[in-house]
Write a protein that binds this ligand. Structure first.
Ligand code: LLP
Length: 381
């Protein structure tokens, strides 16, 4: 797709984020189709990418919005998501953010601590409102992913631990402006071993029994997001296996009559449709390798520096014989490196390089470090 649009790409200044909207549509369509089989509700996690043209596609297919800041709630609502389809999570919601979300009467606050519940109750009371809440429970399930994106272990800051639940339920009875409608989980991101989700289901089933034993009815079970994508061979599976993913929850989640199941997918919906396109500035000989120095760096895509992640790198303009390169950016940090010992066709100044699978947690995590300009975005059909 990129090679077919080479002429167009060459007219644009780099670094440039390029989005393949037809792949995005196919991905969303497939996720919709597979989740609809079981009447599941999918909220798109805006944190992965909140660009308006991306949100337009997501909203058009009827997904809800999963937000983790007041500005995300605002972005979702301004983009046309109905407040009834907005959920708001996060361990550190500020009073301003809570007040804004209360004014919008969003569907649900995913509460992460008893302290937050007390504050939310107070703020809701001042507005004479009732806030619908789900308790975010930390299920202590290992997501087998990078430690920085693991969220469901007791050592993590997220959610309410199982041993606190009894006191949280007692507290809830004293908070009349909160209405408990469900429970929420999110154990981590970039999960490629689906058996992890089976473990999550087992824990959710146990928690369901716990609530049932206390005669507490839960209308909504939110199992979060986390489905991973293939960063190494994106062309082999451009659309994640939503059939297996949703099918697994259908097989292992034990629901009570009338319960609705919610998901919060980010990466799996948007990662593959985005590519960071960069120009080679210089080739430099090192002691044991050649450096290909790009005009994009960790300021445009921080994932390799932050999580040691690899995004497939492709030279779009050279067909020469392959050589080995360390592909690096221009930023004054040694971690500003997209890949070591990467085999690329002989590369020279001016070549265009694609860094794939950058649609999720790419542009949205970019920074102005070294006073860099923000990369532009191009949407191709
Ligand atoms: N729900 C909650 C409560 C979350 O915290 C997250 C992601 C999601 C849903 C969406 O997860 P996904 O389906 O995208 O895995 N910057 C990191 C990823 C951080 C994810 C944070 N939470 C990265 O680039 O890998």
């Amino acid at each position: 797709m990129l090679k077919q649009n080479l002429q167009k790409l060459q007219q644009h200044p780099t670094p440039l984020y390029v989005y393949n909207i037809s792949l995005l549509r196919q991905t969303l369509q497939k996720a919709k189709e597979e989740s609809a089989k079981y009447n599941y509700h999918v909220h798109y996690a805006l944190k992965a990418n909140a660009n308006a043209p991306i949100l337009d596609e997501v909203r058009a297919l009827g997904f809800g919005a999963d937000c983790v800041s007041g500005n995300e709630v605002k972005r979702a609502i301004e983009n046309g998501f109905s407040p009834e389809r907005v959920v708001f999570a996060g361990v550190g919601k500020s009073d301003e953010e809570i007040n804004y979300a209360l004014d919008q009467d969003i569907f649900c606050f995913n509460c992460e601590s008893s302290h937050e519940m007390i504050v939310l109750n107070e703020l809701a009371e001042k507005k004479d409102r009732t806030a619908r809440i789900a308790l975010r429970i930390n299920p202590n399930v290992n997501a087998n992913t990078h430690k920085y994106i693991t969220t469901g272990l007791e050592e993590n800051k997220f959610g309410i631990n199982a041993w606190e639940l009894e006191s949280v339920i007692a507290l809830l009875e004293t908070l009349p402006n909160l209405q408990l409608i469900g429970i929420h989980f999110h154990i981590g991101s970039q999960i490629t071993d689906l058996s992890v989700f089976k473990n999550l289901c087992t824990r959710v089933n146990e928690f369901q029994e716990w609530f049932e034993a206390r005669k507490i009815q839960l209308e909504h079970i939110n199992v979060g997001g986390g489905l991973g994508v293939d960063y190494y061979n994106p062309e082999q599976q451009p659309i994640p296996d939503f059939e297996a993913y949703f099918g697994l929850f259908n097989q292992f989640l034990e629901l009570r009559p009338g319960q609705q199941v919610h998901f919060e997918l980010g990466r799996a919906l948007v990662a593959q449709c985005g590519t960071l396109v960069s120009k080679v500035l210089y080739i430099k000989k090192g002691i044991s390798t050649n450096f290909a120095i790009l005009d994009a760096g960790m300021t445009e895509l921080i994932r390799p520096a932050l999580y040691q992640s690899y995004h497939k790198i492709e030279n779009l303009t050279s067909n020469k014989q392959e050589e080995r390169y360390d592909v690096v950016g221009p930023i004054c940090e040694s971690s500003d490196c997209f890949g070591k010992a990467v085999m690329l066709p002989e590369t020279e100044r001016g070549d265009l390089v694609a860094i794939h699978t950058a649609g999720a947690y790419g542009e949205v995590m970019s920074s102005a470090y070294n006073l860099r300009d923000k990369a532009a975005a191009l949407y191709l059909n």
